[in-house]
Design a protein around this ligand. Structure first.
Ligand code: SF4
Length: 350
């Protein structure tokens, strides 16, 4: 397998794209086999070739939580599941402004306003939302992004652009052949249409998926091909954190090595994409989180997620700096200890 992986790497670096079938060849690698390290090494070289050592960062606020009309099986904010998540209406301008200040001060380059609802429609709520976006854009502290659901027409897409939305997140979530198992209240095609409308309005698009929702390895490759065809700007890679009360609460999580394998396949399939390590990374990758960048990630969501806490930006900053990667996060200073002795030996066991 090593020769095949190296051959694929050479072709990708020379500018060729791997086919779906070739992606499936990579997907057949056992995550527990030594071939995984070859795959990761190749993905790392491809990342360095196309993206260098830079890691982009963004942060989000859950600006409207819970009671969503949609039934996405992974989501604790759906009104269909009764997962007991806190519900609240659209946050006021001050609350969103405070969250944005915190994110930008910690070094996030982009700040995303996220709302749990089916999507946007004309009316006072959209007007308020656009006002909040304009307020943030006027502060000029970083990019203002949105993850506000379905965009039903070109007029609303244009209004988002005019208000100053820099990038809009709308994940495809999973492969088209698996989508109906995950959501019945809207379709994969609805999601694709929103992305096309946003692109038509000149808004950058962030679209990726959630892995570990019962999809096969071939379906992970299928999603990669669809995302590549859509030619979006950022590709968030989320790993399911099964939440109590959701239909996927008993899903078997991916192992850390399966997560790394997924990232590495995506780097080889989408060599120039901005692969963003996103939700569920702490729970699924555990101590192997830092490996995700060697496996091909070149962007990272920092701070808290929508309904679950993330880890501190100081820890992420330390991780990226230890990896020798460049990020806008402020590097924490070493903490002075009380103990002046340079070496402490701790003996464990009998
Ligand atoms: S993922 Fe979005 S659209 Fe789906 S239930 Fe959750 S908040 Fe609603």
């Amino acid at each position: 397998m090593r020769d095949t992986i190296r051959r694929f790497e050479d072709r990708v670096i020379a500018g060729e794209l791997l086919t779906y079938e070739e992606g499936c060849q990579l997907a057949a690698i056992e995550a527990d086999s030594p071939d995984l390290l070859d795959l990761i090494s190749s993905a790392n070289r491809v990342r360095l070739h196309f993206k260098g050592t830079r890691v982009d960062t963004c942060s989000i606020v859950n600006a409207k939580s819970g009671s969503c009309s949609e039934d996405c099986a992974f989501c604790s904010q759906s009104a269909h599941h009764g997962a007991g998540v806190e519900s609240y209406p659209l946050l006021d301008s001050e609350s969103i402004g405070r969250a944005a200040d915190e994110a930008f001060d910690a070094g996030a380059e982009a700040f995303g306003i996220v709302a749990a609802w089916k999507g946007l429609r004309e009316g006072p709520e959209l007007d308020q939302l656009l006002d909040r976006i304009r307020d943030l854009v006027a502060k000029n502290k970083g990019h203002v992004d949105g993850s506000l659901g379905h965009v039903p027409n070109d007029t609303i897409a244009r209004r988002l652009k005019e208000a100053g939305v820099h990038t809009y997140n709308h994940n495809l979530e999973t492969a088209p052949s698996h989508f109906a198992n995950i959501c019945s209240t809207h379709t994969f095609e609805d999601r694709v249409q929103t992305i096309q409308r946003l692109k038509g309005a000149g808004i950058r698009v962030c679209s990726g998926g959630i892995f570990g929702m019962g999809e096969s390895w071939e379906q992970r490759v299928e999603l990669a091909v669809h995302l590549r065809d859509l030619d979006t700007d950022v590709l968030p890679m989320n790993f399911l954190n099964p939440l109590e009360g959701t239909p996927l609460e008993s899903a078997t999580p991916l192992t850390p090595r399966e997560c790394l394998k997924t990232i590495a396949i995506y780097r080889l399939m989408l060599p120039t994409a901005n692969l963003m390590l996103a939700g569920g990374r702490e729970v699924n990758l555990r101590d192997l989180q830092s490996w995700a960048f060697h496996a091909g990630a070149n962007a990272c969501m920092v701070g808290n997620y929508l309904t679950t806490p993330g880890r501190s930006t100081a820890e992420d900053s330390r991780m990226l700096s230890d990896l020798g990667l460049d990020s806008p996060l402020a590097v924490p200073q070493p903490v002075a200890t009380q103990d002046a002795s340079p070496l402490k030996v701790i003996s464990v066991g009998a």
